[in-house]
Design a protein around this ligand. Structure first.
Ligand code: ADP
Ligand code: MG
Length: 601
């Protein structure tokens, strides 16, 4: 039988997938699953596709073509060397490279393919994509939407009635789509986006940040030299990727410039916080698109069952936090976000060919892992603050590092207590290990400590604490995390919360005079509620009944009132997700007023 390959023909990167032993996989070349969507000619006129073409782009833009997908369906030509090509011909070169990759790995000829396109592509753009496939020697058995492919990867046999939001942030484009799955059919309800926003813009902002600092220090603008720019672009993209799992990235480029005949080196640390500040305005734009897509689909955030992240740039942790805060719905990124679309195209191919496919099995951490820190909500010390490091549902193996600081001047010892669980209060989570790092430098607070968690496929967790100034390090290895995940104590956080409800009137829930911890969260910790756990639970309970009441009223309400009510319900749900008593109370009060007013009319 003919295999049908699945192709994600991306603006920045392309991939090819097939079904093997009933599950989708992405085919690699030299271990790399990604083929940059770049075509070029080398100085001798030889064709370059992928990484080699991409590497020469900054230095030889006249011999290199990138982002051809933006031109698909337009009646124009692009120059490459002394020839002119139509966009579908350049795309055909990329498709041909992917077809050959598949043939090399599979060891036989490949003739058929499913190719994905953005949901917003019009008929002309789809037709051009189909033609590109044919020029590459492929029979295009179907063109499917990228969000549809992503959904198929998560669920090859979609359940009855589910609504999903697919957030796709690639190298140069952003799309958000809302889809409804019903009777195995995936329908796109709405789609919004920004065709000029993606990870490349993050690189650009980081490049400017690094160059501005260098210019302040040395009076030289590195952006003026195309060689320096080219090296720095690669370096900042690499640093950006590291900042997805580490709190600080060092950029180091030797001999980047010259001053008075002597060479200048560039060495800079970029803190994740600073980087997040640079990209936040760009991400705010994507949230506006999310709102627009929801309102076009006539849905509230609460009606979305799952949020699915696609596109390499969604590996940025800030994006997860932002979407969770805004939508209050579970966010999924277990499947490599830049490979999910190609896998889904392969699933579609298998469904057409009548081959059985199962879900992609990824080992994930079923609970969040983090450490206990000191926080100061409302100015009072709280020694039981949980600070997550590895979020739940992260695929294994995973390594993540965060930065913390000591609380006292000349603090010699810090206690690292590692917990698993989803609660802000460590007493509601499970302690999995603890150790002391002793002999810290006698410096004033804050003294930075890097805490790194490595969790491998066998469930072995290594926790390392390193003092930044001296490099002094101490670690522990915690075995059998998977066992712990499975046999998690019966009395888990939920039971404990239920118990709290039972005892509300009797005993205080906790020891009232806890011993202070030795380290504190660096300012990104969630220092939200200043109430006790009981206050939080009461506020949540009241909020839930208010939400139920609003949902009864909203159908009968006039357009404007209904919209306001929907907005407030969303905000309230987000406040509940954040466990922020203050926010829950504030939004509840506003919603309560509206409910009162509407019940009256
Ligand atoms: P497209 O669909 O546009 O062809 P991709 O989905 O492959 O592109 O996304 C490419 C973008 O993802 C690039 O900007 C790349 O730098 C970014 N990216 C890849 N890995 C990471 C990471 N670990 N952290 C942040 N960004 C990443
Ligand atoms: Mg893509």
């Amino acid at each position: 039988m003919d295999v049908i390959i699945g192709i994600d023909l991306g603006t920045t990167n392309s991939e090819v997938g097939v079904i093997r032993s009933g599950v989708p996989i992405v085919l690699t070349d030299d271990g790399d699953p990604i083929l940059p969507s770049v075509v070029g000619l080398d100085p001798q006129g030889k064709l370059l596709v992928g990484r080699a073409a991409r590497n020469q782009y900054v230095l030889s833009p006249e011999r290199t073509i990138r982002s051809i997908k933006r031109k698909m369906g337009q009646d124009l030509t692009v120059d490459l060397g002394d020839q002119k090509y139509r966009p579908q011909e350049i795309s055909a070169i990329i498709l041909r490279a992917l077809k050959e990759r598949a043939e090399r790995v599979l060891g036989h000829e490949v003739r058929k393919a499913v190719i994905t396109v953005p949901a917003f592509f019009n008929e002309g753009q789809r037709e051009a994509t189909r033609e590109a496939g044919e020029l590459a020697g492929l029979e295009v058995v179907r063109i499917i939407n990228e969000p549809t492919a992503a959904i198929l990867t998560y669920d090859p046999n979609p359940p009855e009635m589910e609504r999903l939001l697919v957030y796709d942030l690639g190298g140069g484009t952003f799309d958000v789509s809302i889809a409804m799955v019903e009777s195995g059919v995936i329908e796109i309800l709405s789609s919004h986006g920004d065709t000029n926003l993606g990870g490349d813009d993050f690189d650009q902002r980081l490049l400017d940040f690094v160059c501005d600092r260098f210019q302040t220090e040395h009076g030289i603008d590195l952006r003026e030299s195309s060689r320096a720019r080219s090296r720095l672009l690669a370096a900042v993209e690499d640093a950006k990727k590291r900042l997805s799992s580490e709190p600080v990235a060092t950029i180091s480029e030797e001999f980047i410039a010259e001053m008075n005949g002597s060479p200048l080196h560039l060495t800079q640390d970029v803190m994740r916080e600073d980087y997040e500040g640079l990209i936040e305005p760009l991400l705010a734009k994507t949230l506006r698109c999310v709102d627009d897509a929801l309102s076009d689909a006539n849905l509230r955030a609460l009606q979305i069952d799952k949020v699915v992240l696609v596109g390499g740039a969604t590996r940025t942790p800030l994006i997860h936090r932002m979407l969770e805060d805004r939508l209050g719905r579970p966010v999924h990124s277990e499947i490599e976000p830049d490979l999910a679309v190609a896998m889904g195209a392969a699933v579609q191919g298998a469904l057409i060919a009548g081959v059985d496919v199962g879900p992609v099995l990824v080992d994930i951490t079923p609970h969040t892992l983090g450490i206990e820190v000191m926080s100061y909500p409302g100015g009072f010390p709280n020694p039981y603050q949980f600070s997550p490091i590895i979020e739940r549902n992260t695929p294994l193996p995973v390594t993540k590092t965060d930065i913390y600081t000591t609380a006292h001047d000349a603090q010699k010892v810090a206690e690292i207590r590692v917990f698993q669980g989803e609660e802000d209060d460590t007493r509601l989570n499970t302690l999995v290990g603890e150790f002391l790092i002793e002999g810290l430098a006698p410096v004033p607070a804050p003294n930075s400590l890097l805490v790194r968690l490595d969790l491998d496929l066998n469930g072995i967790l290594k926790v390392t604490a390193t003092e930044r100034v001296t490099g002094l390090a101490k670690h522990v290895v915690i075995d059998n995390m998977m066992e712990r995940f499975r046999n998690r104590e019966r009395v888990n956080a939920i039971d404990r919360i239920n118990a709290l409800f039972d005892d509300v009137d009797h005993a205080p829930a906790y020891d009232a005079s806890p011993a202070p911890r030795a380290i504190e969260a660096d300012d990104d910790s969630q220092s939200d509620d200043d109430g006790t756990e009981n206050e939080l639970l009461d506020a949540i309970e009241a909020a839930r009944s208010l939400i139920a009441k609003s949902e009864e009223l909203v159908a009968a309400a006039a357009g404007e009132d209904a919209a306001e009510m929907k907005g407030l319900v969303q905000d309230l749900q987000a406040a509940i997700t954040r466990s922020s008593v203050d926010d829950i109370r504030r939004v509840s009060a506003a919603l309560d007023d509206l409910v009162y007013y509407l019940s009256d009319v």
